[in-house]
Design a protein around this ligand. Structure first.
Ligand code: HMG
Ligand code: MG
Length: 299
């Protein structure tokens, strides 16, 4: 059955901007994006990523972004923290929530965070412990849940196993990442079926990239099975034009339009969101990746 309410987790400022090619985007633009997103009714905004600036130069100003935003009461501002160094930075900058990120694929884990799956879990343990000691909730991402750019097919049982480990280690929610957007609806249902045997659906989120144009269909499939948290990126921001297989998260505007049509409440204002999407695409000199934003225009 469909949920009555659904939480949108906005990824534009982090997943959306981390791969932007060319010059590093001004800190002031990132801050204004987050401040504008805060006025749309969104309650969860991923604001930054405390990772190595050598690996991800676009996120090198994470501290300045996280400490520069105007905190809207009721909004949770989160950050990625792959290790203790990242967590210490996030705490110092005032992150409300943090996230560790692993994957169901060994090869992807190596490429992304430079260690094996089991090493990644060992690294996350003290991160989760220290965050909890500071009363900061930890989210867990599992990437490559429907396919890997290096390994191809991924066994849903492997997705379930990594998800279960992260839950048992203390993550309050597990976000299932179709990192390269290769999933299709039946595959999404089968993956969810396997994972939900290990982790209750109420503790799962869907994080689908739209590389093959399947993200909305896949979301419909998993929302029908009770998924009530969706990660999405305003204007479909994200993806690197130079990296085959990498494209943005599904556009938040498009997800919201679909949810509105299904009568599922989110508390988010579509027009305000579309205006924010319009603003950031102008700043970046891009066209919006949201069909809905293009259709309704900007008032
Ligand atoms: P490493 O090289 O193995 O780590 O990188 P290290 O501990 O050996 O440190 C190497 C250098 O990095 C040192 O600096 C550290 O100080 C520095 P040096 O001595 O060479 O000058 N360093 C850091 N600097 C700042 N902040 C930190 C930090 N940690 C180490 N936290 C590491 C390991 C994880 C750091 C690296 O591989 C990394 O930063 N990877 C980035 C991965 C990333 O950001 N990927 C994108 C986000 S995940 C994603 O997008 C998927 C998701 O959206 C879900 C989905 O779509 O599937 C979440
Ligand atoms: Mg992602």
């Amino acid at each position: 059955a469909f949920p009555k309410h659904l939480r949108l987790f906005e990824m534009g400022a982090r997943d959306g901007l981390q791969n932007e090619p060319g010059a590093v985007i001004d800190t002031a633009i990132k801050i204004e994006l987050i401040n504008r997103l805060s006025e749309t009714g969104l309650t969860h905004i991923e604001a930054a990523s405390f990772v190595s600036p050598k690996w991800v130069p676009q996120m090198g100003d994470a501290s300045a972004v996280m400490s520069g935003i105007t905190r809207k009461p009721g909004v949770t501002y989160s950050a990625l923290t792959p290790n203790l160094k990242g967590l210490e930075g996030a705490i110092a900058a005032g992150a409300d929530e943090v996230a560790v990120f692993g994957a169901a694929s060994e090869a992807f884990t190596q490429k992304n965070i430079n260690c094996s799956i089991s090493e990644s879990l060992e690294r996350f343990a003290p991160v989760i412990e220290l965050a909890q000691a500071n009363n900061i909730r930890v989210r867990g991402y599992v990437s490559t849940v429907m396919g890997c750019p290096y390994e191809g097919e991924i066994d849903p049982a492997q997705v379930a196993a990594v998800s279960r480990e992260l839950l048992d280690m203390g993550c309050y929610e597990i976000s299932l990442g179709d990192t390269i957007g290769v999933g299709t609806p039946m595959k999404a249902k089968r993956m969810l079926e396997a994972v939900s045997k290990q982790v209750p659906v109420a503790k799962l989120a869907a994080h689908f990239h739209d590389t093959y144009g399947q993200a909305l269909a896949n979301l419909y499939a998993v929302v029908e099975e009770g998924i009530a948290v969706i990660d999405a990126s305003v204007a479909g921001l994200g993806g690197c034009p130079y990296a085959k297989g990498a494209s943005g998260n599904v556009a938040t505007e498009d997800v919201l339009y679909m949810l509105n049509g299904l009568g599922i409440e989110t508390g988010v204002d579509l027009n305000k969101l579309a205006q924010t999407g319009h603003w950031i695409t102008e700043q970046l000199g891009r066209t919006s990746g949201s069909k809905v934003a293009l259709a309704i225009g900007c008032k």
